[in-house]
Design a protein around this ligand. Sequence first.
Ligand SMILES: [Zn+2]
Ligand SMILES: [Zn+2]
Length: 124
Amino acid sequence: MTRFRCGKCEREFVADKPTCAKCGLDPDVEPRHEMCFMELRTTHYDPPTHVPGIGKNHAACDPTLRTGTNGDSWTGEKKFVNCEKCKESEVFKADAPPPVPVDTIRTMPLAEVEALAREAKELA
Ligand SMILES: [Zn+2]
Ligand SMILES: [Zn+2]
């Protein structure tokens, strides 16, 4: 089973092959419809600990499923979770401390980036 997103109606679904029941896209009828579907990874919810930004490193849907052990992806941000079983879990429904916002992640200062760009131009 694979997780797909329909490029026309944005619907996500899990199936053996991509066919959108909602808008009728069907590669068996029209092979060009194949390119309208995007294959997605399953993203599990990594429940938070009491320390913001640090998760428990296992899936909310299955505590034996550790982060990084299969091809799935992981997040502490509920809006990015697409695993139906994680969404149904108590820990997902419970209020949790908010995850660390992306803008607090340290990035390279702009001045440094501009200096590198100037250097690259001079060398070219
Ligand atoms: Zn669709
Ligand atoms: Zn899950």
